[in-house]
Design a protein around this ligand. Structure first.
Ligand code: ADP
Length: 484
């Protein structure tokens, strides 16, 4: 068997997803696989998966994980996606739960144990499969310990001697930081317990492990790679990144256009393309009807927001200016779940402005497509945004985004009034700038439909497919020793 690139990830669409990580893992490995790169994915077997229709085989029973303090074992399942192998690490007590990482009110108390287990079980699986990987590509803190294990194992275990590691950061704010006593559970040598290892102000930090030990570090847009080197955006780890700056690379995420495409999406009541936008009007009409909004909103600009209801996404900034926006008689649709206070605030606004502000506090993939298609403009008032996928989906759906000029938003939107504009950006993540920009959007939409249409078509013609980004990953894997 050819030596592979093995992705270790806590999410992979369509099996599991809470946000962009799921989408990225559903697309990047598969793009590489189709390019002929030997690729496999390892991921937890969540309870939710059991209801999936995919044929899944049980390939290992009681795989010894070598947990340092107890003889804990994993079951392993596998399937293929268009020929690409995906392995699922199963241990019901850790992964058969309603949510992935947290309930609405708090993180699961045993997240450290769950993801130490995931990392160790992934290594046990790779040994069981018998061929050492060329590269282990660890995603986010949940897989962050893998580069640390490989670093120490390859010193005196010939099986791992030729394995390189990559750590990709999808969001610096989530680091997997836990009490120091959990370091014992990792089973790493004592020398890892220092500030150049996994220790972070007296705690265990799993993302830091990835950043310190991986042979290469990547993040999900070139602009975010620059931003996280600054102290205010590094969440305490900008110093670590500075030390690794020559190994840090920003590669922009792509879009899986086989899923996110208004010309083919099966979730829409009408399909459309840049050549024929008629279907977009029908999508707007149907969205307004589906959500019980006022029919008059068909003649007004309709704005959409989709995302985790967290401070990062700026939902509080949007909600703060809703009364002002209502004076302008616009429609707003919010789809998201997350922080309970933001959920309640959005529901309350829905009651205060029935038929004009609509909050759907759930996670529904199909409605996300209909909002992208049915709205005129997409709101992304993020305080920071490592890459952001929803603005790229909005471009494809002809729904020019309004976004802060941060992270990947800056890398993916050409702002009005540039003749090549595909959307609108503003600099300060505050309510006033957001309000002014949305009012500017309203003015253009109302007064200059020709310019609006031009922008819509340009947005739809942008190409953020995975092909170009996958080539950059492949170049990096080759530098790290992948052959072929
Ligand atoms: P992040 O990874 O920070 O959550 P991204 O913009 O990169 O943000 O990706 C978010 C992904 O999650 C998109 O595919 C978006 O459509 C989806 N999403 C977020 N919230 C919801 C929701 N409530 N219902 C359906 N899809 C959602």
């Amino acid at each position: 068997m050819a030596r592979q690139v093995v992705f270790a990830t806590s999410e992979i669409y369509p099996f599991s997803k809470t946000g962009g990580l799921g989408d990225v893992m559903g697309a990047l490995p598969l793009t590489l696989h189709k390019m002929g790169v030997p690729v496999a994915v390892v991921t937890p077997f969540y309870g939710r998966l059991r209801t999936g229709r995919q044929k899944i085989d049980h390939i290992a029973d009681n795989l010894h994980v070598g947990y340092p303090w107890a003889p804990v074992a994993a079951n392993v399942y596998s399937t293929t996606v268009q020929g690409m192998p995906v392995f699922f690490i199963d241990r019901a007590e850790y992964f058969d739960r309603k949510y992935y990482y947290n309930t609405v009110s708090q993180d699961y108390f045993d997240n450290a144990e769950r993801f130490i287990f995931f990392c160790r079980a992934s290594l046990a699986l790779l040994r069981f499969l018998g061929t050492p990987p060329a590269v282990i590509h660890a995603q986010d803190w949940q897989a962050g310990l893998l580069p640390a294990y490989v670093h120490y194992y390859r010193r005196d275990d010939s099986f791992w001697a030729g394995t390189s590691t990559v750590c990709t950061v999808h969001n610096m704010a989530f680091q997997g930081r836990f009490a120091s006593r959990l370091f014992d559970n990792c089973g790493l040598p004592w020398e890892a317990w220092n500030m150049n290892g996994v220790e972070f102000y007296g705690d265990l930090n799993m993302l830091k492990a990835g950043l310190n030990y991986a042979d290469r570090i990547t993040t999900v847009s070139p602009n975010y790679a620059r931003e996280i080197l600054q102290e205010e955006n590094g969440y305490g780890l900008s110093g670590v990144l500075h030390n690794r700056a020559k190994d840090l690379l920003g590669i922009i995420n792509g879009v899986d256009y086989s899923i996110w495409n208004p010309a083919t999406s099966r979730f829409l009541s009408a399909n459309y393309s840049p050549e024929d936008l008629e279907g977009k009007n029908k999508c707007k009409e149907d969205l307004i009807a589906e959500l019980g909004m006022l029919p008059r909103m068909n003649k007004r600009p309709l704005f959409g927001f989709i995302g985790r209801l967290r401070g990062q996404k700026g939902i509080d900034l949007l909600n703060r200016i809703v009364p002002r926006l209502m004076e302008r008689d616009v429609g707003i649709v919010v789809l998201g779940e997350g922080n309970e206070a933001y959920e309640l605030e959005s529901i309350a606004l829905g009651r205060a402005y029935p038929g004009r502000y609509c909050a759907v506090v759930k996670y529904t993939e199909d409605l996300a497509h209909r909002i992208q298609a049915g709205c005129d403009s997409f709101l992304m008032p993020s305080r920071y945004e490592p890459c952001g996928l929803t603005q790229m989906y909005a471009l494809k759906y002809g729904t020019p985004p309004v976004a802060t000029a941060v992270g990947g938003l800056k890398d993916s939107i050409v702002p009005w009034p540039d003749p090549q504009a595909t959307g609108f950006t503003y600099y300060h993540p505050d309510a006033q700038d957001l309000l002014e920009t949305i009012l500017e959007v309203c003015a253009l939409w109302e007064d200059n439909q020709a310019a609006w249409r031009g922008m819509t078509v340009r947005a739809m013609n942008q190409n953020f497919s995975w092909d170009a980004s996958a080539v950059k990953y492949l170049e990096m894997y080759r530098e790290l020793g992948l052959r072929g």
